[in-house]
Ligand binder design. Structure first.
Ligand code: NAD
Ligand code: DAU
Length: 344
């Protein structure tokens, strides 16, 4: 095995660091590596939230830059100051991509292109591109290995697949030091409450209905965000350039079961769960073979029930965090209400 990459003492650029995984990852890295510095480049879209990083905003090892990954000159300047990049910035919500795919193509594909081009003209030593398990598409049984063909079904997944293969092309064509990861569904603290688990937890806490798409039999492999951060760290240190790594927890659960566990944990009535019209093109099941990342020494530490209970407790204990988002964001409100009304 090749020598491990050093993270301690380096400056990393994290794109999209004010989002869900990004903010968890920044916390994780600053704690794990006392000599590591982080620059967070984030556009602060509706999903970006500096409240997620309040406790570290004055740290001398952390810097926030408010900017767009599509801004070539800004990105080139920032690349001069870092040794490594973890690229998370993206439009991420499948339902929004079904309503309007434009920003997904512009940020997830074109924005990634701007970063890859900046990489070519820089001395950056490693670049970790965060893709998703959705690039493979859905399958009823069996598991996708990293060399499976990509067959994305939503505009979000297709944009991510475009960026994923563009990343690979920059490795093959220009020898760029890019590594790709494809994580499954993350959940945990600081997840924007339009996504399934935080939406259901916060709606249940508010006594509102929980809109379960279709028959609620779709399956996701739930990965606790802290386990994903540990996986990113291991891939940064031990991952091989040009390779892709699946990251999943082998926690396959039907949506209906997740919804029931949430209301049970909160001691709310199951009658809050309402079956609504299905998502267009709704992928049935995502499932990953994670032998490759496990061979680097990673495995998830939290089982689903334990991690879900922790997550529910976090949303119970941080009502101000999510209430502010739900109250303040007209885009969230109108999106949710408009979408749900159509589904009733
Ligand atoms: P998120 O929506 O919570 O956060 C995205 C962040 O990117 C926000 O802070 C937003 O302001 C920022 N951003 C968006 N467009 C930008 C732009 N043009 N320039 C700079 N910043 C911009 O997303 P997340 O759930 O934390 O996901 C992070 C990454 O991980 C994404 O690439 C996503 O595709 C991938 N991913 C997420 C999951 C998951 O379950 N959440 C699973 C697999 C992969
Ligand atoms: O698999 C990784 C992906 O997981 C990430 O790449 C995406 O960024 C992330 O958004 C997520 O995509 P999903 O579509 O799987 O996640 P979402 O939280 O939107 O939905 C999870 C499941 O719950 C899915 O089967 C749809 C269902 N659902 C979702 C919502 C928002 C409902 O039944 N009702 C809802 O209101």
């Amino acid at each position: 095995m090749a020598e491990e990459r050093q993270i301690e003492g380096k400056t990393l650029l994290v794109t999209g660091g004010a989002g869900f995984i990004g903010s968890n990852f920044i916390h994780y890295m600053l704690k794990r590596y006392p000599g590591c510095r982080i620059i967070n480049l984030d556009k602060l879209t509706y999903a970006g939230n500096l409240d997620n990083l309040k406790d570290i905003e004055d740290s001398p090892r952390y810097e926030f830059i408010h900017g767009n990954i599509r801004d070539k000159s800004l990105v080139q300047e920032v690349f001069k100051r870092v040794q490594g990049v973890v690229h998370l910035a993206a439009e991420t919500h499948v339902d929004r991509s079904i309503q309007d795919a434009g920003e997904f193509v512009l940020t997830d594909v074109y924005g990634s292109f701007v970063l890859f081009e900046a990489l070519r003209n820089s001395k950056v030593e490693f670049f970790l591109h965060v893709s998703t398990d959705e690039v493979y598409g859905s399958r009823d049984e069996g598991f996708f290995k990293e060399d499976a063909p990509l067959c994305p079904s939503s505009p979000y997944a297709a944009s991510k697949a475009g960026a994923d293969r563009l990343a690979y092309s920059y490795f093959v064509t220009y020898g760029m030091p890019i590594i790709i990861i494809r994580p499954s569904n993350n959940f945990g603290p600081f997840q924007y409450p339009e996504k399934f688990i935080p939406l259901f937890v916060t709606n249940a806490l508010e006594g509102k209905n929980l809109p379960l798409y279709g028959k609620g039999t779709n399956v996701r492999d739930w990965l606790y965000v802290e386990d994903n951060c540990r996986a990113i760290d291991i891939v940064l240190r031990k991952g091989k350039k040009g390779e892709s790594y699946n990251i999943g927890a082998n926690n396959e659960v039907q949506n209906r079961t997740v919804a029931e566990r949430i209301v049970d944990l909160l001691e709310k009535p199951r009658s809050l769960i309402k079956f609504v019209t299905d998502r267009l093109g709704h992928d049935k099941r995502y499932a990953l073979d994670c032998g490759k990342i496990r061979s680097l020494g990673w495995k998830p530490e939290k089982n689903f029930d334990e991690a879900l209970a922790l997550t529910v407790r976090w949303y119970q204990g941080n009502m101000d965090w999510w209430r502010k988002i739900k109250e303040k964001s007209e885009s969230f409100k109108s999106f949710y209400e408009q979408y749900y009304r159509k589904r009733k």
